[in-house]
Write a protein that binds this ligand. Structure first.
Ligand code: TYD
Length: 204
């Protein structure tokens, strides 16, 4: 089972992933791997730093940014996610291909069809069984945390395009997505999430 979590900054993905992993383990699934993009493993950490905290004074080109994120994704799928799934494990991933569509496509204005094509290539066609979109007004999300990275320092209008982008992507693939209102308490989000996860687990 491969579940991805998406949403704007401060939408609570990290909290929900930790809670879901704990619940799955409590139910006897010891094979749960939690991971994230960008930044898994030593190569991922280097690539993450290049995108989110580039050398001082460097104006990163949007296409270069996308390709670095895709390099991270290709390595992540090939060396971490795929092997774990092949061993019958479950993977919970904080951001995945939809983040590139939302941030580099809707946010930065790169061509959506090109990003979809490149995502398919970088992931070797690996699509999540379920994608949880924690939907939140980015003004609320950004207020929840202090801006640390290049992306978090982007204007509110950028984050609004990203939020609308995620909703658009979800509307185009309704069977893969579960959209939850991330303005609710963490308990309420976790309770709303569990029935759908149980369903995916039970599916053949
Ligand atoms: P992170 O600090 O992990 O943020 P969050 O906790 O919100 O996930 O940083 C990940 C950042 O990278 C986030 O700002 C979104 C951005 N990103 C993209 O722009 N495109 C992508 O394809 C991915 C995976 C992440």
């Amino acid at each position: 089972m491969f579940i991805t979590f998406e949403g704007v900054e401060g939408s609570g993905k990290t909290t929900q992933i930790a809670r879901l992993a704990a619940r799955l383990r409590a139910e006897g699934r010891q094979d749960v791997l939690t991971t994230r993009e960008p930044g898994d493993g030593p190569l991922g950490q280097e690539l993450r730093r290049l995108v989110l905290d580039p050398p001082m004074g460097v104006d990163v080109d949007p296409l270069a940014e996308l390709l670095i994120l895709l390099a991270d994704r290709a390595q992540h799928v090939a060396r971490t996610i795929r092997p774990h799934l092949d061993g019958n494990g479950s993977v919970l991933c904080d951001r995945y291909a939809d983040s590139s569509l939302a941030y580099q496509g809707y946010g930065r204005g790169l061509d959506l069809a090109e990003i979809e094509r490149l995502n398919a290539y970088a992931t070797r066609g690996l699509t999540p069984d379920l994608t949880v979109l924690l939907d939140l007004d980015p003004a609320v999300g950004l207020a929840r945390q202090r801006a640390r990275t290049r992306m978090e320092k982007e204007a509110l209008a950028f984050h609004q395009r990203v939020r609308d982008g995620f909703l658009d992507i979800a509307a185009r693939a309704p069977s893969r997505f579960l959209i939850l209102d991330a303005a609710q308490s963490a308990d309420a989000v976790a309770d709303a999430l569990w029935p759908r996860v149980s369903f995916v687990l039970g599916a053949p």
